[in-house]
Design a protein around this ligand. Structure first.
Ligand code: LCS
Length: 405
């Protein structure tokens, strides 16, 4: 047990201390990597007690592991959740929630724009399993209410979402859903301290830990947090059985290590993104910047209410003008990305390094132009994960890249 009363401390203290206590064997301060598949018992009776969950402890690392458990407890604490369960990737977490709670004949509502892997699950995997799926703009409460059916079991959305940074009102969705429908928020773009989805009314919050929570671009991971009863179902039914996707203990260790600086990193990501967003908004080559921190963002007021003060995320998208120095926005987009020297041309987000991608020629190249444009992903749209470098250097890099167009 921690000597600190964690119910009374600031986020900065909580994220460092929650879930971790010195190891009972040797007092190691850093949680050891319990790199083991199985755990042995002194007696059959002890084994029986642990299998029956009458004696606390671990049996087999697919169902639980001490390093991973420390990560789960830390994530539960920062989300203000009763419990949390870790998965091998963000998609592992998404899939585990689906297989835990959706059955043939059930109905689930997904926002129009969700991450590609989740989109595939909603449009292909779930219907293949006999789940009815509707797609609705979850920002439109009336449309959402109209889509609810007697067999609706889940409403699922990301806020802010990928790649347009649309912000959905979690409180309003929960009010529209009423009891009996689980509201599931993918908070990957805005983990605590930016946003506390459960406090805003979500029943379940999940994250791709791959992104900001680990924050170092060297791990795949996922986490689901919520009520103890729900987490127990997800762990027992999905993570351990149907999906079989717990994280490796080494990955849990890396995420625990990364989380020690979560509070610091998030503040820097957000401050840098705000500076870069303001710079881009002033650029004569840029038509629009999508960043919840800008007054021009369509849900800026909602973002101010729903996200922690001044913390609007490290992700932004921007759209180039249709004719940039005689280039089409598609060509200009590619040329700009190629000319930048600091950002790595890569998908993923939340790394210390700034990452940039051109959805029309990369992540969304397989999406028909019609569907892509309907989702607002134009030819000249560029997505930027603003890293932890100096904002001044990033802006200077943009200046030279715009000059090179
Ligand atoms: N949810 C969101 C909002 C995501 O952006 C991603 C991955 C996932 C879930 C899945 O997490 P993973 O399994 O990759 O840990 N997003 C990616 C992206 O935007 N580029 O590359 C991956």
């Amino acid at each position: 047990m921690s000597k600190i009363d964690l119910s009374r401390v600031d986020f900065e203290t909580l994220v460092i201390h929650a879930g971790q206590t010195p190891d009972p064997n040797y007092g190691a301060l850093a949680t050891p990597i319990y790199q083991t598949s199985t755990f042995c018992f002194d007696t059959v009776e002890e084994g029986a007690g642990k299998f029956a969950q009458e004696i606390p402890g671990f049996v087999y690392s697919r169902g639980g592991n001490p390093t991973t458990r420390a990560l789960e407890l830390k994530c539960a604490a920062i989300e203000g959740a009763e419990d949390a369960v870790a998965a091998a990737s963000g998609m592992g977490a998404v899939g585990a929630v689906m297989t835990a709670f959706l059955r043939p004949g059930d109905h689930a509502i997904f926002d129009l724009a969700v991450y590609g892997g989740t989109n595939h699950m909603a449009s292909k995997n779930l219907p293949d399993m006999g789940v009815e799926v509707s797609r609705v703009d979850t920002g439109d409460v009336e449309a959402l209410k109209a889509a609810i059916r007697p067999n609706t079991k889940m409403i699922y959305f990301e806020t802010p979402n990928n790649p347009m940074m649309k912000v959905t009102d979690i409180r309003a969705v929960k009010a529209a859903a009423g009891p009996g429908i689980r509201v599931v928020v993918d908070g990957t773009f805005a983990p605590p301290p930016m946003q506390h989805a459960l406090a805003l009314g979500a029943d379940i919050v999940l994250h791709s830990v791959t992104k900001y929570i680990n924050g170092h671009g060297d791990v795949l991971g996922g986490i689901v947090a919520g009520k103890a009863e729900d987490i127990k179902t997800i762990r027992a039914n999905s993570i351990t059985k149907i999906n079989g996707c717990p994280p490796a203990p080494f990955n849990s260790y890396l995420v625990l290590r990364g989380m020690k600086t979560l509070a610091l990193r998030i503040r820097r990501h957000c401050a840098n993104a705000m500076e870069v967003a303001r710079y881009l908004e002033e650029s004569p080559f840029v038509k629009a910047v999508y960043y919840p921190g800008l007054e021009s963002h369509p849900q800026h007021e909602l973002a101010k209410r729903q996200m922690e003060e001044g913390l609007f995320g490290g992700m932004l998208s921007f759209e180039l003008k249709d004719d940039v120095k005689g280039l089409s926005s598609f060509e200009a987009g590619k040329k700009l990305v190629n000319s930048l020297k600091i950002p790595a041309i890569a998908v993923s987000l939340g790394d210390p390094d700034t990452l940039i991608e051109h959805p029309a020629s990369m992540t969304h190249m397989a999406v028909s132009k019609e569907d892509r444009l309907a989702a607002g992903i134009t030819d000249g749209l560029i997505r930027l994960s603003v890293g932890l470098e100096s904002a001044k250097d990033l802006i200077a890099d943009f200046q030279q890249a715009f000059s090179a167009l």
